[in-house]
Design a binder for this molecule. Structure first.
Ligand code: NA7
Length: 511
């Protein structure tokens, strides 16, 4: 049961917006300080990403022994992951278990979307209004909106004219959609599109994949776990817990320390083979750091991955379209896959390369590209999210002197370490832009780190009777300059992707 809402006005020490991975942990942490805390979520269940993304094939790309909370040994002992990479249903069950186990639900208000948050200078507090008519007063606000929670629906001409069913993957109906025997089009081949495509290809009558940018992907090895495997994993929890805080992106391995080109070519190849056969993201984030910095190393490693992909696709013309050529391996988010490239060997699957034949419009019957109309019963939009910013700008946030975050971020996105924003006192943000942890980090590790920092900060303020905290403009400026200086050294910053906030950049998006 969530909090009863008979009175629409209520006061709290902290209101947390979001009851997903971050929000649940933030609620648990702040409640332990003895504070009055409320978490609010638009969904009808907890779990955030794992509540909303119930499309076919949805699964984590982080191993279950890492994609979890570390704050409770009892929880670590009692929760039994059934496989290396948990599917959406298992992840959602985990968050529901956490909410029950730690009696979090009594301080969670579901089915409630925060519409605005206004800072009151005289009272040094925030007032939040919701779509349920609440006015929630809070000294501190923590946004736990997730980096990828505001789905992007590209403004294709004729969008509303489609007579079939059109659905974004992050708004997949919880009762599912029967795709058997249907003609389905999937737009988008990021991590989500890849999972959908490989999952539905065998069941649909025909699948048309609309690809704008070809993606690298690594084959996932996803063994089931029995008691023996779980015992072995649990025995390593103390080391794992230690390791994730110290590695490059929050996984449990650091990777090669020797410079890439100091290693003989045969040995380099052998290391890449070993990393590849692990069936995980190790080859990306626990292999060679040079893929992020050194063009020559990036070229060699990218070619290794291209070879691996190419041999799995029967038709060389299709392979030429599916094998990425325009960016280096690992400069965009690398998905794991399971039979994705083989899906294109099926007679019922077609690849439409939007760089050759762009989408002109959506029609009542399907999608019209420059090569003609493709008739469809269902269009699946796997077109991603307004990453980092979308959750925050979806709320009308008014800081000191009535300034609007939405308006300010239209001009320039700014934060101080992704944790606070100048002009918005007592507002703490998680998974926000410019955090060291914003995107290029295993989210669960870095989000837990952010929650711990915010908890310590609020604890400090309360204990020391300090009412307000806000980064100074000069501090923010220094942080942004430091961030940009480091980012500019990477190949990631030179590549268009949701990491760098790029969207609709190919010039053929029909607005
Ligand atoms: P992504 O990775 O942002 O992928 C979105 C996909 O949709 C990508 O292939 C885009 O092509 C494509 N897209 C977006 N807009 C258009 C238009 N207008 N026309 C054609 N194609 C389009 O989102 P995902 O949901 O797959 O993954 C998000 C993260 O969730 C993932 O990285 C994991 O961390 C979990 P593009 O590549 O931009 O050319």
């Amino acid at each position: 049961m969530s909090v009863a809402t008979s009175s629409r006005k209520a006061s709290f020490d902290v209101v947390i917006i979001g009851a997903g991975f971050t929000g649940l942990y933030q609620l648990w942490s702040l409640r332990r300080l003895g504070l009055r805390v409320l978490a609010v979520d638009a969904a009808s269940g907890v779990g955030g990403t794992w509540y909303w993304n119930c499309y076919p094939g949805a699964r984590t790309d982080s191993p279950s022994n890492i994609y979890q909370y570390w704050f409770s040994d009892e929880l670590l002992d009692e929760w039994n992951w059934t496989q290396r990479y948990a599917g959406q249903a298992e992840s959602e069950r985990y968050f529901n278990h956490v909410a029950d186990r730690f009696e979090l639900r009594k301080d969670i208000r579901l089915n409630t979307r925060v519409e605005s948050a206004v800072w009151n200078e005289d009272a040094s507090q925030w007032t939040l209004t919701t779509d349920q008519g609440d006015a929630l007063e809070a000294r501190f606000v923590v946004t736990a909106l997730g980096p990828l929670s505001a789905p992007v629906v590209p403004p294709f001409v004729g969008h509303e004219s489609f007579a079939g069913r059109m659905v974004h993957t992050a708004r997949w109906p919880r009762e599912g959609i029967d795709l058997k025997g249907k003609r389905v089009g999937v737009i988008g081949t990021g991590a989500t599109g890849i999972q959908v495509i490989q999952s539905i290809a065998p069941e649909v009558a025909h699948l048309s994949v609309f690809q704008r940018t070809a993606n690298y992907a690594v084959p996932m090895s996803n063994p089931s776990y029995g008691d023996a495997e779980r015992a072995a994993i649990r025995a390593k929890y103390p080391q794992t817990r230690e390791a994730i805080w110290t590695t490059f992106v929050g996984f449990d391995e650091q990777g090669e320390t020797r410079p890439y080109f100091s290693i003989p070519v045969e040995e380099r190849r052998a290391i890449l083979e070993r990393l590849w056969s692990d069936g995980s993201l190790r080859i990306w984030v626990a292999g060679f750091m040079e893929i992020f910095f050194d063009q020559a190393a990036s070229d060699e490693i990218s070619e290794f991955v291209r070879e691996k992909i190419r041999v799995r696709i029967r038709d060389p013309k299709v392979a030429a379209k599916l094998v990425p050529q325009d960016h280096g391996f690992g400069t965009r988010r690398v998905p794991l896959e399971n039979g994705y490239f083989e899906a294109y060997n099926r007679p019922n699957v077609d690849l439409i390369d939007l760089r050759e034949t762009p989408i002109e419009r959506i029609t009542p019957k399907g999608i019209l590209t420059s090569a003609g109309e493709i008739e469809l019963d269902v269009i699946v939009l796997a077109t991603g999210f307004d990453a980092g910013t979308g959750g925050l700008t979806g709320i009308d946030i008014r800081g000191r002197d009535g300034r609007s975050l939405r308006q300010e971020w239209k001009r320039e996105v700014r934060t101080t370490m992704g944790l606070q924003i100048h002009g918005y006192p007592n507002l703490f943000t998680t998974s926000a832009p410019y955090a060291p942890a914003a995107a290029f980090c295993n989210a669960p590790t870095c989000l837990q780190h952010q929650v711990q920092w915010i908890t310590d900060c609020i604890d400090h303020l309360v204990k020391n009777q300090r009412r307000v905290i806000e980064p100074a403009a000069e501090t923010e400026q220094k942080w942004l300059a430091h961030h940009d200086e480091l980012a500019a050294m990477t190949l990631v910053a030179k590549t268009k992707s949701w990491y760098t906030g790029a969207r609709g950049y190919e010039g053929f998006e029909v607005a």
